[in-house]
Design a protein around this ligand. Structure first.
Ligand code: SF4
Ligand SMILES: [Zn+2]
Length: 273
């Protein structure tokens, strides 16, 4: 790694980073960015008390130690796995290098496995945990713009992919069935929907309309089996509303399976139909 391109001596910076992380604990070196000025910085990945951290230092904004992973042994073993590179057509050129001009450039060696299309930034909830929610919500992309997104994915990554429709909350769009239909007509093997389920739960026929338009799966934000987790995550008790789409799906005979994520004793659940 040369010293050019970062505006200061990169090699010298690596050496001083190594001095601040005992060599026995150093797992590897990498690059990262300052969380304040986004300057590219050398970084050291190290272990401490069996956990994995990243250390980096910005000349202007100081030192950062970031927790990365709970199990150093497992982190090391995963790092030895050899994932095959998957050829794909690059969408951008390498200009300043990773991560400054990220955008699926030729340095990107893994193909896309589950592309997501954000069809809106609006939502019918305002969850306290949400990073999408903002007063300045941009306009939804139009159907021709979404078709261009589908076609761009096909051009660079091929047809044999499932697409995930996401947002914001996609069901606030009245033309969602048309969006799904375009994905299937253009040849994608599956079109999935990420949703909080509220609209599906209020209209007995809506789920069937989505399925008839070509929808293959739903990732339903379910939130758990008691009201505590919905209050914590959504800001109010949505337990009954969250069960409603599952009842509708069950009555129609659609299959479902659950994915569980447990956080500090309270059960947060996602349920894919
Ligand atoms: S449902 Fe999702 S997109 Fe909507 S406010 Fe909650 S977290 Fe954000
Ligand atoms: Zn900085």
């Amino acid at each position: 790694m040369s010293s050019s391109g970062f505006g200061y001596k990169f090699d010298a910076h690596i050496n001083s980073l190594q001095m601040s992380v005992p060599s026995v604990d150093l797992l590897r070196q990498t690059k990262s960015v300052c969380p304040y000025c986004l300057k590219t910085l050398p970084a050291a990945i190290y272990q401490k008390n069996g956990k994995v951290y990243m250390h980096k230092r910005c000349p202007q904004h100081g030192e950062f130690d970031i927790y990365l992973w709970p199990d150093a042994a497992r982190y090391i073993s995963y790092g030895q796995l050899d994932f095959p590179a998957v050829p794909r057509k690059a969408q951008t050129r390498i200009n300043q290098g990773c991560p400054q001009d990220c955008g699926l450039c030729p340095a990107h060696k893994r193909g896309i496995t589950l592309p997501e299309i954000e069809v809106t930034w609006r939502c019918n909830l305002a969850c306290p945990v949400c990073f999408m929610f903002d007063d300045q919500v941009p306009e939804d992309p139009t159907i021709p713009e979404i078709i261009r997104m589908y076609e761009s994915i096909q051009k660079h990554d091929g047809y044999d992919l499932p697409i995930q429709i996401t947002g914001g909350e996609p069901t606030v769009r009245r033309d969602l069935d048309e969006i799904i239909g375009w994905g299937r007509r253009l040849g994608f093997c599956a079109v999935e929907l990420n949703t909080n389920g509220l609209v599906i739960g209020k209209d007995r026929d809506y789920l069937k309309r989505l399925k008839d338009s070509g929808l293959t799966n739903i990732y339903l934000q379910f939130d758990g089996l008691d009201e505590k987790s919905t209050i914590a995550l959504r800001g109010r008790n949505l337990l009954a509303e969250k069960h409603q789409p599952l009842k509708i799906a069950g009555r129609r005979g659609y299959r479902s399976c659950s994915r569980w994520l447990s956080l500090k004793g309270s059960m947060i659940m996602n349920w894919a139909i």
